[in-house]
Design a protein around this ligand. Sequence first.
Ligand SMILES: *Cc1c(COP(=O)(O)O)cnc(C)c1O
Length: 471
Amino acid sequence: MNPQQQALLRRLPGVDYVLDLWEKNYPITSVPRPVVVQSIRDVLDKLRSKILAADETLDDILFSDSELLRLTKEAVDKKTGFNLKRVVNATGVVIHTNLGRSLLPKKVARHVAEISSMYSNLEFDLEKGERGSRYSAIEEILCELSGAEAAMVVNNNAGAVFLSLETLARGKEVIVSRGELVEIGGSFRIPDVMARSNAKLVEVGATNRTHPADYERAISDETALLLKVHTSNYAIVGFTAEVCLKDLVALGRKYHLPVMKDLGSGNFVDFSKYGLIQEPTVQETVASGADVVTFSGDKMLGGPQAGIIVGRKDVVERIKKNPINRALRIDKMTLAAMEATLHIYRDEVKALSEIPTLQMLTISVKEIAKKARRLRNRLKKLGSKRLDIGLVDSSSRVGGGSLPLQELPTKCVSVKMRGLSASKMECLMREASPPVVGRIEDDLVVIDLRTVQDDDFTIIVNTFKEILKHE
Ligand SMILES: *Cc1c(COP(=O)(O)O)cnc(C)c1O
């Protein structure tokens, strides 16, 4: 420490001094005193580190009352604000796992708010006046939509796969094609889940080609299950062959073995009707004869985070009775959200317009372009000569490890600001309140209108108004 630094440290005020300043400036506030005191300590600690790190004189302003107050206010605001907050998704990735995956329809969110703040018949049979089952609320509609005999729901699809394997194949063998040993982001890997469920993985075939005879040769007294996994986030192309679910089911019947399909991103709507790549629906998968089908609640389905298990009654009953089920059970908010979302699926037209994930996946480029022009015009109204606003053609993504090969043509608003690099602007947008998360393309910040919601427009305009104050 040099003498200069020593002198500066001596100029740092004590906590009491700053607290006194605070109380004079904010005589009436709802912020608890310990929060203010801790914030002041944090501010002073940071200033101390700054002094010790600097090798030249620091600006006098740092020690002014007004600067101390400003820093304290900033620290208090940060502490009292929520860490988990809404953001504007301007990335164009529809099922963005890092940004919360699926948005619940507004009326579903209202139902969740009511159920979570009121008593409910969560596990109470109102007809009999006795204890009921938590899952009865959604089993019927899941069966109605999927055509399955029975259904249940757990925390997420990873849980659904784990619970199904643990129930049906613990200590026994499960046969899977080498081409389907998927890894999903966040370290969910089929071989690892298999190991944790105490099922023994028997890989068959080659990475690009697997034939019925490969499965058949691997069947032994130790076999408990034949498993097919949807290759959600990758594609094997070229010289390929896979055994379709129907053929695997026929093999299962021949050897009296259950067949399971992990669909990953399950959907009740055939998206190929709306121009997307064809994926098997849940109904088709059940109709193919799979004994167990598992899928996510918050991928292409557009509901809450959940793992759905549908299938043959006796098989699903066994899974329900597994004591581990209790550790994976969904709470009432998820249950409320799931039931309300599933109701919308009874009318496909409504589902496409009311479930945001479906709406964003099927919206036309023309509609997106209309939104883009609207945003561009609003940004132009800011009247700044520093802003250079344009429209660019680009491509959005489905995300969530679904339809990796799907191109989704889109329209973006590009923004350039004189004196500000694209990466600096992207950073300022991200740090705004609420944050706006965009992407950088060809050294331009672009806002992909596919994932921008109607009530995001004003937020985006205000964000740029703030950024314009930046030198
Ligand atoms: C996404 C996915 C999972 C995991 O689902 P979560 O709901 O994220 O737990 C499992 N299997 C496949 C094939 C998937 O695509």
